[in-house]
Design a binder for this molecule. Structure first.
Ligand code: ATP
Ligand code: MN
Ligand code: MN
Length: 301
């Protein structure tokens, strides 16, 4: 009987990707990750990243000279990223209209890297339903000095409180210091209602445990507490996208995990851009089956 070898299945043809200039440039000098490496990372994870990041407005953290030099947050563009990065016109509060960026394929991700991008942040709504969010995010920001153990416990607490309201949620390692608790939504409620829910939920948690949680952004109020950043849930706000690299030491990435796994982890920077193979294998594993998927709407509070 013939034994199937790794060669039995030919690899899919490489998609046409934009050329990356200065591919040898060290953009993570601390971990010898080059611009070419970052482009290869995004090309590799495109299939698991795009269901989350594609088809919605994205903002980019661009660091053209690498993460150790100046970085900036970019929301708008009128075409300088080339044909693989698209624009969606969005009316602003002041009545003007701005072109936001969006991508839908590996070429789009790589084109952003070519322009010096490291991080992808996304809206909580898709291009085809910009006013009705399809996810809510609670970004847990621990005060300096608080460890990952407290952050994990806080995430679990949010999960339980959301479950009491009938909402399923999923943890995302931010690739920085914290954990994001992601609540998928069937797009129905509009931004003001989602923002109102998120705000009241965060305030209720901090009112119940004021020594542990704070729902106000002011750093002075954080002192030994975890800020439940509910402000990601307003029209125009963004949050880091799953599998996005972070412009931080060690080239970490934002990584979906299961609630069970989260208990075993001791850092939000567990995976980095050198872990594409592991991330791909994990994405197809049982632990992450159904991550981020739930057909649910906000209850009345
Ligand atoms: P960490 O776990 O380290 O907190 P994080 O991604 O949650 O990582 P935050 O600073 O808490 O980092 O996130 C703030 C969010 O605000 C980001 O996810 C991003 O989408 C958004 N953001 C970051 N920089 C800007 C900016 N200059 N302008 C507007 N929004 C920004
Ligand atoms: Mn955060
Ligand atoms: Mn935050």
């Amino acid at each position: 009987r013939e034994v199937a070898t790794e060669r039995a299945v030919p690899p899919p043809p490489a998609p046409d990707l934009p050329t990356v200039s200065s591919a040898d440039r060290l953009i993570f000098p601390d971990s010898t990750v080059t611009k070419g490496d970052l482009a290869a990372y995004y090309a590799a994870v495109a299939g698991i990243m795009l269901p989350w990041t594609g088809g919605r407005p994205v903002s980019l953290v661009r660091c053209p000279q690498g993460r150790a030099r100046a970085c900036f947050f970019q929301k708008h563009d009128a075409g300088s990223f080339g044909p693989h990065v698209h624009q969606v016109p969005i009316p602003e509060k002041d009545g003007s209209t701005e072109n936001y960026l969006w991508v839908d394929d590996a070429a789009g991700l790589v084109a952003c890297v070519q322009m010096g991008s490291i991080e992808f942040h996304g809206w909580g709504a898709r291009n085809d339903a910009l006013e009705t969010p399809d996810r809510m995010v609670f970004d847990l920001d621990p005060d300096e000095g608080l460890g990952f153990a407290e952050t994990k416990k806080a995430a679990e607490h949010l999960k339980e409180q959301l479950a009491e309201l009938g909402l399923v949620s999923f943890p995302l390692l931010s690739g920085g210091k914290g954990v994001h608790v992601v609540v998928p939504l069937t797009p129905r409620a509009e931004w003001p209602a989602v923002k109102d829910f998120a705000s009241r939920f965060a305030q209720a948690l901090s009112a119940a445990e004021p020594d542990r949680f704070v729902a106000q952004a002011a750093k002075a109020k954080r002192q030994g507490r975890i800020f439940i950043d509910w402000l990601r849930n307003q029209r125009g706000s963004t949050a880091i996208m799953p599998y996005s690299a972070r412009a931080r030491a060690g080239a970490p990435v934002a990584a979906p995990v299961s609630w069970t796994e989260l208990r075993t982890l001791d850092t939000a920077t567990r995976w980095s851009v050198t872990d594409a193979d592991d991330l791909l294998a994990r994405a197809g594993s049982r632990a992450l089956a159904g991550w981020g998927i739930a057909d649910q709407v906000l209850p009345d509070l």
